[in-house]
Design a protein around this ligand. Structure first.
Ligand SMILES: [Zn+2]
Length: 434
């Protein structure tokens, strides 16, 4: 409880007044400050000494301090990377080199809120207005543009006491200036034990399956399977192209494709994790429950089946993204044992097996003949949470009527269809009668 977390809200600048060249110049000065900071650090100066030494009359004092701070962070990352490298007995790759002090290209302009930059919400237009001070007595003004949820986040931050607006960084790409604003918020995350709704999450290389059960009655409140099969195709495609490039010695293309693949996976993970949190938010006092993979990783006695489950997609990253976004929505997360969640019938608790995408129960008296195998697993995960919270290990899975599973594709089916918003994806999983 009372945890703090920061997040970066990404926006574009729509400049209405002031000179764009001031922004460019300030970013060049930022580079000079960066170079000077690294040089002084290499000479053994302390942070305070550096702050005193670096002095620019054409720059806001406060901005200078912020840029020095960012440069020192870069230095710290280099140092910890170097320490790690030195600890290795047979280090692979070259020795890390210190950050360059030779570059003369622009560097992000870092600004403190209310000092180097200011934000206000215009009551008439509902826009977030900005005012940047790239140089003393020189202001650039306008409004910010961004994704609707990012803008909502920022408006909340600017107009509420609960969210702290922190530093912002001014970046530039392809003719557009971007402002990345850091916001910090304190959270009061309830204990999982206070939950009324248990949301089981099962992830594998094709789907994320979600099921929300009422903790009291264990009736299904909602269920959703998000299909992201296209990601696998995309990864495969990149892999094939990359292999071909490697064969022909085109290293740079290979690297670029690697980045692209990484970015794509990252984007998908963000979308998926947001849909998970938004699904949970549709129910009262939810707790999001994952399988605890850490135990399995250590034991590794589950053979190829589990190994395959673990290594297909960065599941750990997915879990981190979900937890992070959940915390932002003040939703607790929890983990349960992963044993047999995929092989247990969510209806009667007996073992069953997977047949393609379906789950088949082997219990002759069980009414569950077929269910989506991944959804079945997500129900079991929610059940395990029930057992964990209420320390009740009697198996009373007697709900014969399993709701129809809703399968939603993350990317739509046709080429022209725009991806649906994660909120509308999430809403498709709520049962009408709950
Ligand atoms: Zn069964």
């Amino acid at each position: 409880m009372g945890e703090e977390a920061t997040r970066t809200v990404r926006t574009r600048l729509h400049i209405a007044s002031g000179d764009r060249s001031w922004l460019h110049e300030a970013r060049l000065v930022s580079r000079e400050i960066f170079n000077q900071t690294i040089c002084l650090k290499q000479q053994g100066c302390t942070r305070t000494e550096i702050q005193q030494e670096v002095d620019r009359s054409d720059f806001l004092r406060n901005n200078k301090c912020a840029v020095v701070g960012k440069a020192l962070q870069t230095w710290d990352s280099y140092r910890s990377l170097l320490d790690w490298w030195l600890e290795q007995e047979t280090p692979s790759g070259g020795k890390p080199t210190p950050p360059s002090t030779e570059k003369d290209c622009a560097y992000p302009l870092v600004m403190a809120y209310k000092e180097g930059y200011d934000l206000t919400v215009d009551d008439n237009t509902d826009r977030v207005q900005f005012r940047l001070s790239p140089k003393p007595y020189k202001h650039v003004k306008g409004h910010l543009r961004g994704a609707p949820d990012a803008m909502d986040e920022l408006k909340r931050a600017v107009s509420s006491d609960e969210v702290d607006v922190g530093q912002a960084e001014l970046l530039y790409r392809d003719g557009v200036y971007y402002l990345h604003v850091t916001v910090t918020r304190e959270f009061d995350i309830p204990d999982p034990d206070q939950a009324d709704t248990l949301v089981g999450v099962d992830i594998n290389e094709r789907n994320v399956a979600l099921t929300a059960l009422d903790r009291e009655t264990m009736r299904t409140k909602g269920s959703l399977v998000l299909d992201y099969g296209r990601v696998k195709q995309e990864r495969q495609r990149h892999h094939t192209i990359a292999k071909r490039c490697r064969k022909h010695g085109k290293k740079s293309i290979h690297r670029k494709l690697g980045d692209k693949e990484e970015q794509f996976t990252e984007w998908v993970l963000h979308r998926l994790s947001r849909a998970v949190v938004e699904f949970a938010e549709l129910f009262s006092n939810p707790v999001i429950v994952f399988e605890d993979m850490s135990g399995i990783r250590e034991e590794m006695q589950f053979g190829t089946y589990m190994n395959r489950r673990l290594h297909k997609l960065p599941f750990y990253k997915f879990e981190t993204f979900v937890s992070y976004k959940a915390r932002w929505g003040e939703i607790p997360t929890d983990t349960v044992d992963a044993y047999y969640n995929s092989k247990t019938c969510s209806c009667c608790g007996e073992r069953g097996y997977r047949e393609g995408r379906r789950f088949r129960c082997t219990n002759g008296e069980c009414d569950l003949r077929q269910d989506h195998a991944d959804r079945n697993a997500s129900v079991n995960i929610a059940w395990r949470e029930k057992v964990k919270l209420d320390s009740d290990d009697t198996n009373y899975r007697t709900h014969k009527t399993q709701p129809q599973v809703r399968l939603v594709r993350l990317f739509g089916s046709g080429r022209v269809s725009r991806p649906a918003s994660s909120r509308s994806l999430a809403e498709q999983g709520v049962l009408a009668d709950s």
